[in-house]
Design a protein around this ligand. Structure first.
Ligand SMILES: [Zn+2]
Ligand SMILES: [Zn+2]
Length: 409
């Protein structure tokens, strides 16, 4: 089988499937799809210098965040210091292995892998040195992004500290400041890295075909175009080795199953307590809604609004939106395609922020450990709510938005 390869400026919009033809890898401005308004490219000039600087800073801040004390908590003469991993330790001690693993992965393991990947790619590209595993690392970086949740954990820290401020004496440690800096470096480095240019450097050819090719399917990872005839024999991308399909297989069925499971789990997530708090010997359970009401009655309306938005409104929005999109694909509706794609894009971005409440509970469990005086334990709803967030994230990932636009073509 003779596979031909060539370099082309053609690429497909991931959201609507429209084929574009421009050389945008060297452009230093935002480029949007004329059909669905998805952002096709957004990079500033001198991206490499910025990525290198931010990655080096991220390495330093990551080490500092994990080495130094995070927070000093004091109540009635009893005080102790916590570190970034206190939440994980608190979960593991209580045999909450699923939650412990979830927190450890999203705030330590995935961010660490992200930093190492950024460092490996930006340094080898700066030296123009081809090294083993670069394609794998670049692909890994794209996969890890939604599951690395430092910025969400940061907002959870702010909420937990404001909640605790009335009852406890809190003193920040060096790790708290370096964690704030780490979050901004990671967001910056990820935004600056020009993945399109890196793929072009690692493999300049981006169209692979057999003689007599008629139609092509795009790789979602590296934007290469694969001859559909070639995909029947070799269903992986010739450039990055990710499986390529003209449309995600079983997309509607998988999205429907994941959305339905999330909708079912949303009920226990809201009816059972998220946490049990003990104050001066009396224990009370708080559900998501009673937690929001408690924040409102304490005058913390801004926090109440954030928690309500992230924990109540966003999960419902995601479940309803996915149901509407699936119905739209099923009926072949061509109404409001641009708007539907925009809503899908929005829930893809904001969906992960629902993890705020889970992180707040874990932080409170780790920070409030004063026995009968004051104590916080996680409730069963945390696990159900975490599952809702993960299932809806997977549902948006498995949904192929190009199916919405297929009826129009
Ligand atoms: Zn588009
Ligand atoms: Zn690829």
């Amino acid at each position: 089988m003779q596979i031909n390869a060539l370099r082309s400026n053609q690429f497909e919009c991931h959201e609507c499937g429209h084929l574009h033809e421009h050389d945008i890898s060297q452009l230093y401005s935002k480029v949007r799809c004329a059909h669905c308004e998805a952002i096709l490219h957004d990079h500033s000039s001198r991206w490499l210098e910025k990525t290198l600087a931010l990655t080096v800073a991220a390495v330093i801040f990551f080490i500092a965040s994990n080495v130094f004390p995070f927070l000093f908590v004091e109540l009635g003469g009893v005080s102790y210091q916590t570190n970034l991993l206190s939440g994980v330790t608190a979960m593991l001690v209580r045999e909450q292995y699923l939650l412990g693993t979830l927190i450890l992965s999203t705030i330590v393991i995935f961010p660490l892998l992200e930093i190492l990947s950024l460092a490996y790619l930006s340094f080898t590209y700066a030296l123009r040195k081809k090294m083993p595993g670069q394609k794998f690392v670049l692909a890994l970086l794209t996969t890890l992004r939604p599951w690395s949740m430092l910025e969400i954990f940061l907002l959870s820290i702010v909420i937990a500290l404001v909640k605790m401020n009335d009852f406890f004496t809190l003193a920040p440690g060096a790790a708290l400041f370096s964690f704030f800096a780490l979050v901004f470096c990671m967001i910056g480095a990820n935004r600056c890295l020009n993945k399109r240019e890196l793929w072009n450097w690692l493999c300049p050819e981006n169209v692979f075909y057999l003689e007599g090719a008629k139609s092509f399917a795009a790789c979602k990872q590296c934007d290469a175009l694969m001859d559909t005839q070639l995909l029947q024999q070799h269903n992986r991308c010739c450039r990055c080795h990710k499986p390529v399909h003209a449309r995600t297989p079983m997309s509607v069925q998988n999205t429907l199953a994941l959305t339905a499971a999330a909708a079912v789990l949303y009920i226990p997530a809201n009816t059972y307590p998220m946490l049990y708090s003990t104050r001066l010997g009396s224990t009370q359970g708080d559900t998501i809604i009673s937690g929001v009401i408690h924040l409102l009655t304490s005058g913390m309306w801004a926090l109440a609004l954030i928690v309500f938005f992230a924990s109540v409104f966003v999960p419902i929005l995601k479940i309803v939106t996915m149901a509407v999109l699936l119905y739209s694909v099923k009926t072949g509706s061509t109404r409001n395609l641009k708007r539907k794609t925009a809503v899908y894009r929005t829930i893809e971005v904001i969906g992960r922020w629902s993890m705020i409440d889970v992180f707040v509970v874990v932080l409170l469990v780790a920070l409030v450990q004063f026995g009968v005086l004051a104590n916080v334990e996680a409730g069963i709803a945390v696990l159900a709510f975490s599952a809702v967030v993960i299932l809806t994230m997977l549902a948006t990932e498995t949904f192929d938005s190009r199916l919405l636009w297929d009826t129009k073509r």
